[in-house]
Design a protein around this ligand. Structure first.
Ligand code: G3H
Ligand code: 13P
Ligand code: ZN
Length: 366
């Protein structure tokens, strides 16, 4: 046991911290050292260079813009997100869902995020730019165990999505994650109200708007740092019924803001589904009729108010799909994935830059 602790931190470090007192010599010191050592074995996001979302969201609240929460599952998406945010001078929250962890492997994804951060620092130096703040965030954490696992492996922020649970259970699991996360300075996003569409393990056919009357109680009892609400957005590319004008309930958002002024609100399901890419995908073999998203102007209005984080995943999927379909259809001899993935990556980067500049207002904020 003694050797283990000595090996874990090094003898000199051990002696420095414990002023020469070894385990067994002093009970209190031994316990303190044991706790410190356990924390050291877990990977700290600070050592990796990530930041939590506290300051990011507070700045967004003051500056009347929203920080992008962009999901990634693969290298090209990650490169596009990070370079777009660096070049537009936007903070960014890199989001990993449970599905992403399963698809790309949880260990690999975490190292990819770390690699992207190092790439960003190098590019910033080359371009003589200040590095941008990057948070690594678990999207739609379905239970305490997943959140804990991510926090222990270097995430700086975690969402616990108890929105499909009965209210009391949502509070209980969210509180548990907050207690664990806050000891490690990791920020937590909770969710109240249900979005329709696919949310990993959380699948809902119908949305239930967030009740403004519940938010104060939920925030107080859970201690969350930000709250995802349901005001008419939904996940995926099919957000609104055919023939219905896309519309989100900014009136509910206003009511929520009145109840908890200055508290950061998160909007999920906020892809706009650019119609040029729907048309591109359909022209080259796709069948995405009636794919409609949240209009950019409504997102911009939300971002000017208490909405400090806006989640976008489907737009990236659509852009990639459209470009890859086009490339493969136009050049039947392509065999090098770098050709079509590279083209998709460039189109993605342009889309994220446009989003930061014209929708979220996050461009130029760092
Ligand atoms: O909120 C849902 C995100 O778009 C993640 O989707 O579960 O397919 O990775 P996914
Ligand atoms: P979209 O499906 O609208 O991109 O929403 C993504 C999201 O909310 C991720 O949590
Ligand atoms: Zn979501």
């Amino acid at each position: 046991m003694k050797n283990f602790w000595l090996n874990a931190t090094g003898k000199d470090e051990y002696d420095k911290r414990n002023k020469g007192v070894r385990p067994g010599e002093c009970g209190h010191k031994k316990i303190t050292f044991l706790f410190d050592s356990i924390l050291e074995i877990m990977i700290s996001y600070k050592k990796l260079g990530f930041v939590n979302t506290k300051k990011m969201l507070a700045d967004a609240m003051k500056g009347h813009y929203a920080v992008p929460g962009y999901n990634f599952n693969n290298m090209e998406q990650l490169q596009a997100i990070v370079t777009a945010c660096l070049e537009t001078r936007s903070p960014v929250i890199l989001q990993i869902s449970k599905g992403a962890r399963e698809y790309a492997d949880q260990t690999l994804l975490r190292y990819m995020a770390q690699g992207a951060l190092e790439m960003m620092k190098r590019l910033a130096k080359e371009k003589k730019l200040k590095p941008i703040p990057i948070a690594l965030h678990l999207d739609h954490g379905a239970n305490f165990e997943i959140a804990k696992d991510c926090i222990d492996s270097g995430f700086s922020s975690a969402m616990i999505d108890g929105s499909s649970l009965p209210y009391a259970e949502n509070i209980k699991v969210t509180r548990k994650v907050v207690n664990y996360a806050h000891k490690r300075n990791v920020t937590v996003e909770g969710e109240l109200g249900v979005l329709s569409g696919v949310e990993d393990d959380v699948r809902a056919e119908e949305s239930h708007y967030t009740h403004p009357d519940q938010v104060v109680d939920f925030v107080k009892r859970t201690g969350v740092d930000s709250l995802a609400i349901s005001i008419g957005t939904s996940h995926g590319v099919y957000k609104f019924k055919p023939g219905i004008k896309p519309h989100i309930r900014l009136d509910i958002l206003k009511e929520i803001e009145k109840r908890i002024p200055g508290f950061p609100i998160v909007m999920h399901g906020s892809s706009s589904i650019p119609q040029e890419y729907v048309a591109m995908a359909n022209k080259y073999g796709g069948d995405l009729e009636q794919a409609v998203g949240v209009p950019g102007d409504q997102l911009r209005e939300a971002a000017r108010s208490a909405v400090c984080k806006i989640n976008i995943d489907s737009d990236g999927r659509l852009v990639m799909t459209g470009v890859i379909r086009k490339m493969l259809a136009e050049d039947k001899k392509i065999v090098d994935p770098r050709k079509y993935l590279g083209a998709a990556r460039e189109a993605l980067k342009q889309m994220y830059m446009k989003k930061n500049r014209e929708v979220l207002g996050s461009a130029g904020q760092v």
